[in-house]
Design a binder for this molecule. Structure first.
Ligand SMILES: C[S@@+](CC[C@H](N)C(=O)[O-])C[C@H]1O[C@@H](n2cnc3c(N)ncnc32)[C@H](O)[C@@H]1O
Length: 259
């Protein structure tokens, strides 16, 4: 991810995040390019073009052109392949957690350094029929959290799965249909710099009161291309939390950094 981060520091778009933060725009752009320009794509990410921005898109198009020049046309990009691999592990972990329970199980997914990842909107397998009620937490730096929520709102993506009380008859109902509905049972975006804020603290203090993080629930931790951005001490502390066996069949770490 080094070259796009360097490119971002010269960015002339006033609101483009710089440095490591820009890499999340780049990975989204690579997923968009895979979705639209590669035959038989390894994934489909219709929200990605609404989250990646034009500069990252240009770099991703260049990466595909470079790959085609070096290896011939029709090759898959490395980042979407990683994304697909991680989500197969994620869905497998959810299947395993639900296979022992009758009537569905509450599971948390915490995506650390989530960037512009869109799994809560593009994986229908997260819906309750998978046997899990999935409470999803996205965690990233505060400016990325703001940028992602603003971009999701502009795209018409649902970011709250809470039921609302209908005026008039007082019936509870799901929010109005969104262009991109959530497939998980609840969603929270947590803005925290994990190099300075301890993970548990970030989850407990910053998540919306409507969706508190619960240490007693099975939790699937997704670490995809983030750990190498953290100072060693912070990375060590984060891995200790996410590996800690707080629940018998609880915490699994996925997608440690493959680039
Ligand atoms: C290469 S991107 C990966 C994004 C996403 N996981 C994906 O695969 O598309 C790295 C992400 O780590 C985040 N990150 C880097 N340092 C961080 C920190 N100190 N605290 C929280 N997030 C951080 C960046 O903001 C960025 O979104």
């Amino acid at each position: 991810m080094a070259s796009p981060a360097t490119a971002a520091s010269n960015d002339d778009e006033g609101n483009e995040p710089a440095g490591a933060a820009f890499t999340c725009r780049f990975t989204a752009a690579l997923r968009h390019v895979e979705t639209t320009l590669v035959p038989n794509p390894v994934l489909s990410d219709p929200l990605a073009p609404l989250l990646c921005g034009p500069r990252a898109l240009k770099l991703a198009q260049d990466e595909l052109a470079g790959l085609a020049a070096a290896q011939g046309p029709g090759k898959h990009l490395r980042v979407p392949a990683r994304t697909r691999l991680v989500e197969e592990q994620l869905l497998d972990a959810l299947r395993q957690l639900s296979s022992h329970e009758q009537g569905g199980v509450d599971v948390q997914v915490v995506s650390l350094g989530c960037g512009m990842d869109t799994r809560p909107w593009r994986l229908p397998q997260l819906a309750q029929r998978s046997g899990c009620r999935v409470r999803w937490f996205d965690v990233d730096q505060p400016e990325i959290a703001r940028l992602k929520l603003d971009s999701l709102a502009a795209a018409g993506a649902q970011t709250s799965a809470e039921e609302v009380v209908r005026p008039g008859d007082g019936q509870r109902e799901r929010p109005a249909a969104a262009a991109f509905p959530l497939h998980c049972s609840s969603y929270a975006m947590v803005g925290a710099d994990l190099s300075v804020v301890p993970l548990r603290e970030a989850l407990v203090q910053l998540a919306e009161p409507a969706q508190p993080f619960r240490a007693d629930l099975p939790t699937v931790w997704v670490l995809e291309a983030v750990i190498y951005y953290l100072p060693l001490e912070a990375a060590d502390a984060l891995l200790q939390v996410s590996f800690a066996p707080a629940h018998a069949r609880s915490e699994r770490v996925l997608g440690r950094d493959w680039s």
